[in-house]
Design a protein around this ligand. Structure first.
Ligand code: UD1
Ligand code: CA
Length: 454
């Protein structure tokens, strides 16, 4: 037996008005088609085949690691698209789930329910159905006198009585693979659109006396197909709600979940507090008792326990336990705040370690630098790490005190416990425990103001 899935992603998606194929558009940082592939995998599909066509050079790189790829050069209908998978699934004899690459909200649970219902009943097919507010455009589920599904009729082929039916085809199914491919051999293009309809398989199976069942969708949002930018926003909103609800159920506080956007791979411990206007993307992790926001965007960033991340942008950064950043800190790739360290207001840090308890509180740029423990960097200090061609390193020893407005011209090192006078330009290494002054001596002209001619 076993389960396989086909994901249809060959369509044009013209209503997106985009140079990108529709299924490459993202919901919370993940392409539409990847959401569907992951749901299929999570439901236990051992084999997944994606049917690509329109703008396939952009779709294939998104799917070929996660599925077999089949090309449908010309879009001749959903039945035709599934036929293209016959070779890729040759010899497969089990439950075949058919999904669309533009329905990112379909869940593994619903896919599993379709599979289970088909297998428990030995049915030829189970179709997921829905009753949309406005059924226009959808295929209608036509039932017989005893209420069994008899066939599906497309909007364009429907009689007025058929069009009045409210129960619609979501387009998601679980088929008996063997039976489906057999029935696909019998479909034709005798319909209003001159296409090969996958939906005709249901009528063919029923006529052959096989069981055709319907499973009503628990939440219609799962069937939401993205055909336009406003549907993309709608899908994003629905996914945001789903993800945030799961985090809140796991013990995360959100002042206003409508103002928090979290990607699918983010992990958040309990008792974390997320304030308004926060985006957490990529492989971000937030440890217990930390507070993030307001106005923060973290991507691929690891935040420890008990941190305060206020109005911060961080990409590929590590913020260890008890460290604080912001307001208005920018932590770029390789920024690493050790335990209890601080990156304060208008501070930019790149590829640098700020040691345990060390502080960079105000208006500084620190790049390619290793800062030891218990260091204080005065306001407005800058590591001049770039000579126009190469990047150079700065090393600052434990307990050093760098006065305000210091320029550290790399490569340079400042020894442990050394003190640098404010306003210095440091071009040479400073010895351990020394005081370094690299600035012009102050001069004074007595009575100058009295003799000034204006
Ligand atoms: C289809 C169903 C309809 C259902 C609706 C739900 C058929 C004949 N009709 O209609 O009953 O209510 O979905 O949304 O199946 N695709 C391909 N290759 C093709 C044609 C389509 O890959 O040759 C893909 C499209 O990219 C899309 C999906 O299949 O993701 C559905 O195709 P679409 O043409 O939108 O089907 P509908 O007419 O909406
Ligand atoms: Ca459609």
């Amino acid at each position: 037996m076993g389960t396989a899935a086909v994901v249809l992603a060959a369509g044009a998606g013209t209503r997106m008005k985009s140079k990108k194929p529709k299924v490459a558009h993202e919901v919370l940082g993940k392409p539409l088609v990847s959401w569907v592939l992951d749901a299929a995998k999570a439901a236990g599909a051992e084999e997944v085949v994606t049917v690509v066509g329109h703008m396939r050079e952009q779709v294939i790189p998104l799917v070929d690691g996660a599925s077999k790829v089949v090309v449908q050069a010309e879009q001749r209908g959903t039945g035709h698209a599934v036929m293209m998978c016959a070779d890729a699934l040759a010899g497969f004899d089990g439950s075949l789930v058919v999904l669309y690459g533009d329905t990112p909200l379909v869940t593994a649970e619903t896919i599993s329910s379709l599979v289970r219902m088909r297998e428990e009943n030995g049915a030829a097919v189970v179709v997921l159905t829905m009753e949309p507010e406005n059924p226009f455009g959808y295929g209608r589920i036509i039932r017989d006198e005893v209420g069994q599904v008899a066939r599906i009729v497309e909007q364009k082929d429907a009689t007025p009585e058929e069009a009045a039916v409210r129960e619609c085809n979501s387009g998601l199914y679980c088929f008996d693979a063997k039976v489906m491919f057999e029935a696909l051999g019998q479909i034709d293009t005798n319909n209003a659109q001159g296409e090969l309809y996958l939906t005709d398989v249901l009528g063919i199976c029923r006529a052959a006396g096989r069981a055709v069942l319907a499973l009503p969708a628990v939440d219609m949002v799962e069937c939401l197909g993205v055909n336009s930018r406003s549907q993309l926003a709608e899908a994003t909103k629905a996914m945001q709600r789903r993800i945030n609800a799961a985090h809140m159920a796991g013990g995360v506080t959100m002042t206003d979940p409508d103002l928090v956007w979290i990607g699918p791979d983010v992990v958040i411990d309990s008792d974390v507090e997320i304030l308004p206007n926060v985006m957490l993307m990529g492989e971000t992790f937030i440890g217990e008792d930390s507070v993030v926001g307001p106005n923060s965007r973290l991507t691929d960033t690891r935040v420890g326990c008990g941190c305060v991340v206020d109005e911060t942008v961080a990409v590929g950064a590590v913020i260890e336990d008890g460290a604080t950043c912001g307001p208005r800190a920018y932590l770029r790739p390789g920024a690493h705040l050790c335990e209890g360290a601080k990156a304060g207001t208008h501070v930019e840090i790149k590829k640098s370690v700020v040691g345990k308890g060390s502080k960079v509180p105000h208006l500084s740029y620190i790049g390619d630098t290793t800062i030891g423990e218990g260091v204080n960097i005065g306001a407005g200090s800058i590591t001049c790490n770039y000579d126009g061609k190469n990047k150079h390193k700065t090393v600052i020893g434990d307990g050093a005190f760098v006065g305000s407005d210091t320029m550290m011209v790399a490569p340079v090192s400042i020894g442990a416990r050394a003190v640098v006078g404010a306003g210095s330009v440091i071009t040479e290494d400073v010895s351990e425990g020394a005081l370094a002054l690299g600035r012009a001596r102050q001069t004074e002209i007595e009575g100058w103001a009295d003799n000034r001619v204006l």
